[in-house]
Ligand binder design. Sequence first.
Ligand SMILES: [Ca+2]
Length: 535
Amino acid sequence: MVARPLLIVFGLFVAGLVAAGLAPENATAQEPLRRPNIVVVLIDDLRFDELGIFGADVPTPAIDRLAREGVIMTNAFVTTSLCSPSRASLLTGLAMRNHGVVDNNVPLPENLTIFPERLQQAGYRTALIGKWHMGHGADQRAGFDHWVSFDGQGNYMPRDLLGRPSMLNVNGREVPQQGYITDELTDYAVEWLSQGERVQPFMLYIGHKGVHAPFTPAQRHRGTLPAEAPDLAGLPTGSEPGTPMWVQNQRNSWHGVEFAYHDDVDLAEFRRDYRETLRAIDDSVARLRETLERLDQLDNTIIFVTSDNGFLLGEHGLIDKRNAYEPSMRVPMIVWGPAHLRASGKLDALVANIDLGPTILDLASAPALDAVDGQSFAPLLRGETAPTRVQLVYEYYWEFNYPHTPTTFALRDERFKYIQYHGVWDTEELFDLAADPHETRNLVADPAFEEVLIAMRRKLFDGLAARDGGHGIAFSRKYNQGAVFRREGGSTAAEFPERWSRPINAEDRLEHVFPDGPAKPAMIDLLNRNIADND
Ligand SMILES: [Ca+2]
């Protein structure tokens, strides 16, 4: 495999390398392998199941068609469920603790290499069109030959909520936004695709503003879908025994169903708006496909459709993302490219946002990134057998502006998920996803799962080690008190778990001194006896 990137980059030497037996098996001296174009459609906050093909009541025919003709990664996750940190992971292949974009305010460090830079080195033309959203400003970044972006979250419409014009940075020029953002970004993408000479492969990274809240559908889609409340039957309500206190408290907050966005959000209308906003993105995918077809580039293009994080729609009594529950950390991942990918249908391997860059570089036969936490799943897409990821480490760092979600560390393997909260006085969580896929039964206090708990705690700590082997927490400068309001007359603060209730001088009052394990009860006994002897 070492020779392959060289072979592809330096096409002039193809014949010689083929003679030396170093060519890919499906290339011949007469017909050198064409390097695929890459299109990444990054949708914001799209949960794993909110597409027509997954049964959602929203027409997404263009994305559904890509999924039907391509590959659906059924176990795709983010290693951090927040816009900027996840976007940094998508571009660098690094986990949050290693790229340092710990919240939505921190810029991507300039010294980090992103996968588009490697594509440029391999002869690709590259474009970022849409949301960058790491730090503030919209200035062009290394790795992109063409740049159309906006500050932060951007705006759906040409004026923001304060009436100020929405501005785009188009290759360094300040250009006012003219219309609805999803359509306008698509216009820019179509224009760029249409301009290129066909001697170089290209990579288009289109980062949509949609479907981020507050959901704002295109005018043509408003009122096109019914407002139906999500069916939450069988899903966690946030009142199950063993539910963390922070979850119960968040219910009546900016990110809870009782006081969502400090408003009286109706979940049925909320989801309708979400879905109607998604429709313009499906239109965008259709236009990009038509454009590639018109340019005779479709067959030589691999298209990724994914999201930077999931989104809760009432599960656990919550909305939004950030937490390590499945609807938050699970994302759609569709890969289309029948001419290049032998796999089709559904692939169940565990993949993550940190794998996107390594996978694209692998498919493009471009040089790999020097240091990554992700791994390529291109072999699976090519229909080869390859070792797959056995576990995912998840991390989210507390943000002062949304203080309801604590710093969260989690370990997810194919069966279990263990979640640990840092910096708060609260319970851990352990779920058996095979028996309880919706995470309704916290097994952390179940003696039958004690060994699993102990092993996962250890694996999580080891997995969270930074590149220097250490563990660190970073945070952002506080600039206001954050969204701290509570609804008048709403829920009061949560009670502590009953299992933590103790009388004075309980036998196990010092149990926190010892690590959990078979030896612990005897050690507690011994300690109690020693204390009694010394009385
Ligand atoms: Ca997001």
